[in-house]
Design a protein around this ligand. Structure first.
Ligand code: SF4
Ligand code: SF4
Ligand code: FES
Length: 257
């Protein structure tokens, strides 16, 4: 989530400072998935056989990444509170049923976590396959090519082919909103991760975005589902910076062929 936007109203805007306060080292650009916890109480657990000590309340995801163990993620970033919608960061925890999302699961003392197994790989690949089956396959001409977390994660989970065709219902023909002079909203590329809405609220304190509809119908809506320029949006760019795909894209980064 490294995009910036020309329309950003300030070089010292909240979105940049909010991200940087989560880091212990100001030059560290790692995204730890969930914010740093501030407490004097430490918790020691085991992740992939490695002993890891982190502040109490830290997510399993953050503890893993701090230990150098990467967990796939799409809806988690360390500048926003965890949300747990993409289901890509599933892990196995000894003694716990199912496959909890590591971004929303806090560490516990003596917990034993596995971040890699054939089952996890298969679950993550299935999740990615569903996303990609409702996503335009135009990576080579996409403005986010090479800087797209969806693309990165498809590689991380080893997605080679998508079993579902484009015959069924999809969002590929959804109309772009070009009303904002600084960025475009292309709903055909949206994975409904909610990062934009959370960034608008948590980073900028504006409540311009919601997710309208349910299930397959869910889409990002500006105010009462009006074009961005007619909404309460103040063009701060926090949502664009938080978007892991090319759905919200600054206009200067859009390529024309
Ligand atoms: S929708 Fe919100 S976060 Fe995005 S540019 Fe507008 S005010 Fe900023
Ligand atoms: S516009 Fe981007 S950040 Fe917002 S829900 Fe869609 S993919 Fe996620
Ligand atoms: S990164 Fe944990 S559910 Fe999306």
């Amino acid at each position: 989530m490294s995009n910036t936007i020309n329309g950003c109203v300030s070089g010292n805007c909240a979105c940049k400072s909010a991200a940087s306060v989560q880091r212990r080292d100001p030059f560290d650009e790692t995204d730890y998935g969930t914010p740093l916890r501030h407490t004097d109480i430490d918790v020691t657990l085991e992740i992939d056989g490695q002993s890891v000590t982190v502040p109490a309340g830290t997510s399993v995801m953050r503890a893993s990444i701090e230990a150098g163990i990467n967990v796939p993620k799409l809806c988690a970033t360390d500048s926003l509170k965890p949300w747990g919608s993409c289901r890509l960061c599933l892990v196995e925890i000894e003694g716990k049923r199912g496959y909890p999302a590591s971004c929303t699961t806090p560490v516990e003392a003596s917990m034993k976590v596995r971040t890699q197994s054939d089952k996890l790989q298969s679950l993550r690949r299935n999740v990615m396959e569903l996303y990609i089956s409702d996503h335009p396959l135009d990576c080579l001409t996409c403005p986010a090519n090479g800087d797209c977390e969806l693309q990165d994660m498809a590689g991380v989970v080893g997605l080679r082919e998508v079993r579902y065709g484009y015959e069924g219902a999809n969002h590929l023909k959804d109309k772009k909103d070009e009303s904002n002079p600084y960025f475009t909203y292309d709903p055909s590329k949206c994975i409904v991760c909610n990062c934009c809405m959370r960034a608008c609220e948590e980073t900028h304190g504006t409540f311009a975005l919601t997710i309208a509809g349910r299930g397959f119908e869910s889409r990002v809506a500006a105010s009462e589902n009006v074009p961005f320029m007619e909404s309460e949006c103040v063009s701060c760019g926090a949502c664009v910076a938080a978007c892991p795909t090319a759905t919200l894209q600054e206009k200067s980064a859009i390529m024309f062929d």
